[in-house]
Design a binder for this molecule. Structure first.
Ligand code: TRP
Length: 370
């Protein structure tokens, strides 16, 4: 049995079942065609169903086609170092920003993980905030069209709106949506109201109704389900969303449905050096290969459970190359060590570029603050 909540993701996740449970819609061919009409091409994450679900994306496109542009909203609660799994929705958000030429509001709820994690001190959450902002800037978002919203720093603007949301959420709604028990602290119960704020704050600031599209990993959906119920009561549009599945951790999908930053050896951090990446992948990446070379040549590998192949689906953009790797690995022509070598090179290239931009980001934070 898998668990998927905003605070905990574990086990082998059945994404079709999750669509049913959460009541979201599958991204079908029609939606893909509609997106492609505007973007000219489809991001590999769409082609490969890594972004696989949505709420109300047709509303966003209807309005866009009428000339009413949307804005993007996503976020990151600082609680640890950023890993390559976190980069997945941000890569896609950057693509959407470029293709649709729209603004992005990026929330850093610097109180969230402080409230939800027993062992996280206030000082640590603030240090991670500074650190995590560098990774977000390094994604390449356009500083002219991107604004950071930091909950405690921008409280003067945000709290007032959060209160308006909170008034419309009862404790029983919060319990049902998030599974809270009576032991839960008050801040944690209130928190979802703050995550709702960026879904309409630009409309308040600009005094006009602007559609909001939220790219996010599917575990965040309960927040926005609640948000969607409340916002019309405040005179705002319901936010739309486009949702992705998780990059599995190194141990593989059956045990590591989602890469976790608290389990050092299941994650690749954005700051890992090439040698660390190589060692982690070679040592820990769950292999779909056979026990001996002879057996592998005969029976072939299983790409569907092989972490190296699964990660290449996220990070190898070339469809033809990916297909070739799939065939060669499945037929036994390509060995486990070989597919891992391809992955290592891919990740190290991605991280080398990211790390360069991350260094530069140190002097750019001010450009993104409100
Ligand atoms: N709750 C998210 C986290 O745990 C952070 C977040 C805030 C977020 N607003 C968001 C994520 C909007 C996606 C979309 O990191």
């Amino acid at each position: 049995m898998a668990t998927v909540t905003p605070w905990e993701v574990k086990g082998n996740i059945d994404y079709d079942k999750l669509i049913q449970e959460f009541g979201v819609s599958k991204i079908d061919e029609r939606v893909l065609k509609r997106i492609e009409k505007h973007t000219g091409e489809l991001h590999p994450f769409l082609k490969r169903k890594i972004f696989f679900a949505h709420r109300d994306i047709n509303f966003i496109l209807d309005e866009y086609e009428k000339g009413n542009k949307f804005y993007l909203y996503t976020g990151r609660a600082p609680s640890g170092k950023v890993h390559i799994g976190h980069m997945v929705p941000w890569m896609f958000t950057k693509w959407l920003q470029d293709k649709f030429d729209v603004e992005l509001y990026f929330q850093f709820p610097d109180e969230e993980k402080y409230l939800f994690k027993k062992d996280l001190s206030w000082e640590d959450s603030q240090a991670y905030l500074q650190d995590n902002m560098l990774d977000v800037i390094a994604m390449g978002f356009d500083p002219k069209k991107t604004k950071f919203l930091i909950d405690t720093r921008d409280a003067g603007l945000m709290y007032k709106e959060g209160v308006k949301v909170a008034k419309h959420i009862t404790f029983s709604t919060a319990k049902a949506a998030f599974g809270f028990k009576d032991e839960q602290n008050l801040g944690a119960i209130f928190y979802t109201a703050m995550q709702a704020v960026p879904a309409f704050l630009p409309s308040v600031m600009k005094n006009k109704k602007i559609p909001c599209l939220i790219p996010h990993a599917i575990d965040q959906d309960p927040h926005f389900r609640v948000t969607r119920d409340v916002l019309p009561k405040l005179g705002h549009y319901k936010p739309a969303s486009i949702q992705c599945r998780f990059l599995p951790g190194l141990a593989g999908m059956t045990t590591d449905g989602k890469m976790s930053s608290s389990a050092e050896h299941t994650a690749i951090y954005t700051t890992d050096d090439p040698k660390t990446v190589k060692n982690k992948v070679n040592k820990y990446a769950f292999s779909g290969g056979q026990a001996t070379i002879e057996e592998h040549r005969k029976k072939g590998g299983n790409p569907d459970v092989d972490v190296a192949y699964q990660w290449l689906m996220f990070f190898e953009e070339d469809d033809e190359r990916l297909k070739q790797i799939y065939q060669d690995y499945k037929s036994g022509k390509m060995l486990s060590g070989e597919i891992k070598a391809i992955l290592i090179e891919k990740i190290n290239k991605l991280l080398a570029e990211h790390q360069k931009r991350r260094e530069k980001a140190k002097s750019q934070i001010d450009k993104f603050l409100l």
